[in-house]
Design a protein around this ligand. Structure first.
Ligand code: DX5
Ligand code: ZN
Length: 219
């Protein structure tokens, strides 16, 4: 089995010590998940362009920017310029996902498409093989620390089938409620990239938590 990627979500970090928190997780993974929320698409506000610019100076980690905003097309360039490496938008938020994927690729960045748990999974099928990453939300987006939604398992399997049928190498990512118990289950269903907030940052030893999650995920 290929190595499973664990991407810590800084939503659960101690933001007053963000650079130190990043140095900790960097010991065990190269991917960092950054949640951008606008208070419209989701009922919460989080990180903007200046934060990404600042933390970019502190690390070479791959920045995986998850855009939970109603107008993601307006933000691809600002986040790309600030140092994002991967840009993921929600299928619900754009008129033409193909255009969005192309806009991200034109900026030289990896393109991800995400889907809300309340949206029929079929909506993402036409784009799955065209993206670098499909992010199947496993909680309702907006907040960390929620319970994993059981219905996600069948949704991951369905996307896995579409990608395999197309012989594409798109990665399936999951986000929300990922812990030692849910990690192996999402991996068996077909995910290879696991975002984890609370499971990483609630453990004082963040690097050890990442290592443990990866071990569980691959067991
Ligand atoms: C939720 C965010 C997640 C969040 C996950 O909308 O997209 O990235 O940080 O948090 P946990 O792992 O605590 O469920
Ligand atoms: Zn996220």
């Amino acid at each position: 089995m290929n190595d499973v990627v664990i991407a810590p979500s800084i939503l659960a970090a101690d933001c007053g010590r963000l650079n130190e928190e990043i140095k900790e997780v960097e010991k065990e993974t190269s991917f960092l998940h950054i949640d951008v929320m606008d208070g419209h698409y989701v009922p919460n506000l989080t990180f903007g362009v200046p934060i990404v610019e600042s933390i970019r100076k502190a690390t070479n980690m791959v920045f995986d920017v998850h855009l939970m905003v109603t107008n993601p097309m307006d933000f691809f360039k600002p986040f790309a310029d600030a140092g994002a490496d991967m840009l993921t938008f929600h299928v619900e938020t754009v008129e033409d996902p193909d255009e969005a994927i192309e806009a991200i690729r034109k900026l030289g960045k990896r393109a991800g498409i995400s889907i809300h748990p309340d949206t029929p999974i079929e909506k993402v099928f036409p784009y799955a093989a065209k993206c670098d990453l499909v992010l199947v939300m496993t909680v309702r987006p907006g907040f960390g620390g929620q319970h994993f939604m059981e219905s996600s398992i069948d949704r991951i399997k369905a996307v896995r089938k579409v990608i395999d049928d197309a012989k594409a190498d798109t990665i399936i990512s999951v986000d929300g409620g990922i812990c030692k118990e849910t990690a192996p289950r999402v991996v068996s269903a077909g995910a290879g990239y696991l975002v984890a907030g609370s499971a990483v940052f609630s453990n004082k030893d963040h690097a050890a938590a990442i290592k443990e999650l990866r071990t569980c995920a691959m067991s």
